[in-house]
Design a protein around this ligand. Sequence first.
Ligand code: ZN
Length: 200
Amino acid sequence: MEFPPISPLPPYPQRGPRVPPPPLMAEILQIIQLGHPVLRQQAQMVDNIQDQHIQKLIDDLIATLGNANGVGIAAPQVAECDRLFIVASCPSVRYPNAPVMEPVAMINPKLLAHSIEVIKGWEGCLSIPGIRGLVPRYQAIEVEYTDRDGKTQKQELTDFIARIFQHEYDHLDGVVFLDRLDTRDIITEQEYQKRVSTGK
Ligand code: ZN
């Protein structure tokens, strides 16, 4: 048996290239430093959470925070005056005892209630490099915020996560951790690292 002669294939249909729209790649943003006037401004409520600029800002903040090995970052720290921040706790050289938590965008956050108990704990700030301070914060807080899908979330936060929230929340009102402490409780990063490594 013979195969029939091979007929030439019909020309491959020429379709237009099916290129999906380019994803909006997250960018690492520049973190502004203490002295920049935006860090002392009151941030504005976010009206439209689905706005592409806001959604992109959230992605960029998460990428910027990861790149800096931080546990929280607020929009004013990248010179955007929007009431939103990211909380993303995970253990690091700076915070060896931090719990693991996926990055969460908290938009238009509110502090509804707080414990009477206040605890002093070490904090630093990506906008104030080289400095650490013992900052008194409420041990437990009840908070409400809108997530990036537009849903209202109500949560009780405690200890380290409550501390991150309070630190970032302050940024939305132009307040930094140095405003909240006794100046004698300020130490250098180098001295802090010495204490972490010796467990003191
Ligand atoms: Zn900060």
